[in-house]
Write a protein that binds this ligand. Structure first.
Ligand SMILES: *Cc1c(COP(=O)(O)O)cnc(C)c1O
Length: 454
């Protein structure tokens, strides 16, 4: 029988994360404060603990994964690498399709890969409480779980619309002991100001970030956590790609092309960077490797954005970072892949894209659900709407292989299962799911409001 699932033992969980900052042709551009100067470590220390800040700014290639973190990882890692043979047969493609399945974590996605070390390093540094924001609830549930593993109370500001529309994500966070508030709240100045302006304010991710950061900045024992975008988050996620490399080595294969959905870029970086390390080291297997970030055509950050300094949040509260952005004022259409509705992209992913070391592709919403359903019918697993973006690109690549007869090896990151997103599948089945036009006007309007630098 063809082995369909390549497993590793707990001992084979990587003991270092890979830091791609060590292999960039120019050092990453630093985040800038309101005065246009690089943000000082002291200013960042108000909201992040020392070890996380060190990782954020480090250029060391390999960073050790603490034993305590590996032990919690072992609850679900190493994650399986699976050959999608039934999907290949359904498509009639000579391509070999593999997926790294991250839906096996307690929270059902890749996000705990960073939530666990973030909680660990905070606890070690003496932090007494964590704050964060969450939109659809994937990150909030991951940090609630991780906080529980290390005995840290977690406070989550959840965008009010999601709080009301996704009650089960909220119950998950409560099950893991987190306090969850519908943002805007009366607990912070940012929240009170928003409520004074509009008592029925439905909230936004930018506003929820402002609330979580404000609380962390005001209390020396409280720190803030973020689920994507920042360098340390991508660093932690490389555990996925490092495992995948060991799994491919076991079967004597190497991917020709890697696809991942891209919101803030943490799972894409996590799966792709360890393979780009081979390319940087001149490994012949990796010479022609292509890595493709897949984004929604309604929120086309890499494919249609500008590469420039912009705020990380909608309200202009955070430092500005050099990244591909649609402008911090851009409000993406209400697509069902909540994790991909972000105006910017990770500075590391942005720099690699700018240097043409990776590619990007935008796909429309309805076609992503078609792909996800085709995958579920072949392979059984119901993918998260975010993951469906990568699956669309994978199926198109496999069909292109069928046309040319090329037997390429394709890898993609199946970032999570869709069990909490069935309302979105319902909308697809009842024909209510729409494609949004590429919002050209909204993007060009929003790009007029970029912060001035220098
Ligand atoms: C959050 C999320 C994403 C997108 O975030 P990245 O930081 O780009 O990885 C993708 N898939 C799932 C399941 C998510 O929860």
């Amino acid at each position: 029988m063809t082995p369909l699932r390549i497993d590793l033992t707990a001992d084979e969980i990587p003991d270092h994360w890979y830091n791609i900052a060590a292999d960039l042709s120019t050092p990453p551009s630093p985040p800038l404060g309101p005065d246009g100067q690089p943000v000082s470590p002291e200013a960042m220390a108000a909201i992040f603990p020392g070890p996380i800040l060190e990782q954020e700014m480090s250029s060391r290639r390999w960073i050790p994964i603490p034993e305590e973190v590996r032990q919690i990882y072992a609850q679900w890692r190493p994650a399986p690498l699976v050959r999608a043979l039934r999907l290949e047969q359904m498509l009639g493609t000579p391509a070999k399709i593999f997926y790294k399945y991250e839906g096996v974590s307690a929270a059902g996605s890749h996000k705990p890969n960073s939530a666990v070390p973030q909680a660990y390093f905070n606890q070690r540094a003496g932090t007494k409480r964590l704050t964060t924001e969450t939109g659809a609830g994937q990150w909030g549930s991951s940090i609630a779980y991780a906080g529980q593993m290390f005995g840290l109370p977690v406070r989550v500001f959840m965008v009010k619309v999601s709080f009301e529309q996704k009650p089960f994500r909220r119950s998950m966070m409560q099950t893991w002991g987190a306090e969850v508030f519908a943002s805007p709240t009366a607990l912070t100045q940012a929240g009170r100001a928003a409520l004074a302006a509009d008592p029925d304010c439905q909230g936004s991710l930018g506003l929820a970030i402002s609330e979580a950061v404000e609380e962390a900045a005001a209390d020396p024992q409280t720190c803030y956590t973020l689920g994507s975008v920042l360098n340390h988050v991508l660093l932690h996620q490389t555990v996925m790609g490092l495992e995948a490399k060991k799994q491919f080595a076991k079967i004597g294969l190497y991917p020709d092309v890697i696809f991942g959905p891209c919101g803030g870029g943490s799972s894409f970086g996590g799966i792709a960077f360890p393979f780009l390390a081979d390319q940087a080291a001149g490994d012949r297997q990796a010479r022609d490797l292509r890595c493709v970030a897949v984004e929604p055509s309604s929120c086309p950050t890499l494919t249609k954005g500008a590469y420039t300094y912009d705020y990380g949040d909608a309200s202009g509260y955070t430092p500005i970072m050099k990244m591909y952005t649609l402008g911090h004022n851009f409000m993406p259409p209400g697509i069902h892949a909540g994790g991909l509705r972000y105006h910017g992209a990770s500075p590391l992913v942005s720099q690699l894209f700018h240097e043409k070391r990776i590619e990007a592709l935008a796909v429309p919403q309805v076609a992503t659900f078609e792909a996800g359903i085709q995958f579920a019918r072949a392979e059984g697993i119901i993918p998260a709407p975010e993951s469906c973006h990568a699956i669309r690109a994978v199926i198109d690549e496999a069909l292109a292989c069928k046309a040319t007869g090329e037997a390429r090896t394709i890898l993609f990151c199946l970032t999570g299962h869709g069990h909490f997103d069935m309302a979105s599948y319902d909308r697809y089945f009842s024909g209510k799911l729409e494609d949004y036009d590429y919002p050209a006007e909204a993007i060009s309007e929003s790009l007029k409001h970029l912060p001035k630098v220098g």
